[in-house]
Design a protein around this ligand. Structure first.
Ligand SMILES: [Zn+2]
Length: 330
């Protein structure tokens, strides 16, 4: 069963369980009386328990998170569910429609505008709705990203690496998720869903995987399994977590938009593999000109592990090349 409702009329507290329902939230797009329809997949169990919000598709060119949210929702049984699962398979419908990172309506990046603005543009309104109606009422937030069309990362889970994250279960949940790479952060750039959750003391995780603009089904299943593990940890569902010891426990900043900048325009040839351990000054890539002349070398600014590699060859002067090297947990 699915219903449509105006965003100002939605109230999570009025959803009575047990219920499994898709609710379409209508938000004015700002374009000639049109609405954006934000699909919420709500499963509320027979028993009380935590509220978990899982976002997919914050960027419209990422497909594993949306697939995992749908898979999770389909598999949940309200009879045995404790608490409430809220899944958004398309957190940013205009961007999803066109397969773009930013919204084609206002050119904003949803992952940079949280907690949004009720009276702002459509992306800010979506962020406001997710923040105030969902994150504020959640016990835990998971934001399922993947690296999008132009960049690549290993499959990883990011967590709150501060003392707070150790105490509120963020780190423990990352260790339970079941992936080979976990990445702790003790500071976050503003405007992300997780930075808003962090600011109001709601524990969080996010994920990344290889991207490229198509769906990696194996990673999508891994995401769903990882969220189920977190739900077991939160005692929302029963089951035993099969723990996988991560091969890489990374630590450091994780802003994908704040990596190394191109000194010249040209085309990029990466010279490192994903998860290579490099030292400061190590050659990460070369920027070549039309006749293969070497225009610039891209060197690592620090010692660490390569977690982000640009996959689009064309680079433009002063743009981010999106190589990112981060440290490891001691
Ligand atoms: Zn993303």
């Amino acid at each position: 069963m699915s219903v449509g409702i105006n965003w100002s009329d939605f109230n999570l507290n009025s959803v009575k369980g047990p219920i499994k329902q898709v609710i379409y939230i209508n938000i004015e797009s700002g374009c000639s009386n049109e609405f954006v329809r934000l699909p919420l997949m709500i499963a509320k169990g027979s028993n009380d328990g935590p509220t978990l919000t899982v976002l997919g598709g914050v960027h419209g060119d990422e497909y594993e998170g949306p697939f995992a949210v749908r898979e999770l929702f389909e598999k949940l049984d309200t009879e045995s569910l404790n608490g409430t699962f809220i899944g958004l398979p398309q957190s940013n419908p205009p961007a999803t429609k066109y397969g773009t990172r930013k919204s084609p309506i206002d050119n904003l990046n949803l992952a940079r505008v949280f907690p949004g603005n009720k009276d702002g543009t459509i992306t800010e309104k979506i962020a406001h709705f997710i923040s105030k109606q969902l994150i504020d009422k959640s016990s835990f937030l998971i934001d399922l990203h993947s690296s999008g069309t132009h960049i690549s990362t290993p499959t990883l889970v990011g967590y709150d690496g501060s003392e707070k994250g150790v105490n509120n279960g963020s780190k423990e949940s990352a260790l339970s998720f079941g992936v080979d790479v976990i990445w702790g952060h003790n500071s976050l750039s503003g405007g992300r869903s997780i930075s808003y959750a962090d600011s109001i003391n709601i524990p969080w995780l996010y994920t990344e995987c290889s991207g490229g603009g198509w769906l990696h089904i194996k990673e999508a299943h891994l995401y769903a399994k990882g969220v189920f593990n977190v739900m077991m940890k939160l005692k929302m569902i029963r089951g035993e977590i099969r723990k996988v010891k991560p091969k890489f426990q990374l630590f450091g900043d994780g802003d994908m938009d704040e990596s190394i900048t191109a000194s010249v325009s040209g085309y990029l040839v990466p010279k490192v593999n994903m998860l290579s351990r490099v030292t400061k000054g190590h050659l990460l890539g070369e920027i070549l000109g039309p006749a293969n002349e070497l225009l610039a070398k891209v060197k690592s600014p620090t010692n660490g592990v390569v977690v982000l590699i640009r996959r689009s060859a064309a680079v433009i002067k002063d743009e981010s090349i999106t190589f990112l090297v981060t440290g490891e947990s001691p």
